[in-house]
Design a protein around this ligand. Structure first.
Ligand SMILES: [Zn+2]
Length: 99
């Protein structure tokens, strides 16, 4: 089976379209997947507090030519506003990452 070429972390078109129309993801699963990968202490690199919020919708990180966008989980420090993005495909939050 021929596989479409895509950059790492860029989901297949059908999953991207599903994401963009729904925009939702499993919030608890996202937090679980981030916590599995993020080593302690999970403090903000700017203000050193541990007070994070994960946005309820996937955000798009567009490529320069605006032809594709990476689906990202948006995590914001509730003290200073520092924002971190986690690629939803790498976190296995998309259907294509499920077995
Ligand atoms: Zn902070």
């Amino acid at each position: 089976m021929a596989q479409q070429q895509k950059p790492p972390g860029m989901p297949q078109r059908k999953w991207r379209e599903l994401l963009w129309t729904q925009g939702q993801f499993d919030h608890e699963e996202a937090v679980r997947e981030i916590n599995k990968r993020w080593k302690e202490p999970r403090v903000c690199p700017v203000c050193h507090q541990n007070n994070w919020a994960v946005s309820p919708e996937i955000v798009r990180l567009w490529t320069a030519r605006l032809k594709n966008a990476y689906p990202c989980v948006n995590m914001v420090c509730q003290n200073c506003g520092h924002t971190m993005l986690f690629n939803a495909a790498v976190l296995n939050l998309l259907p294509e990452g499920k077995s």
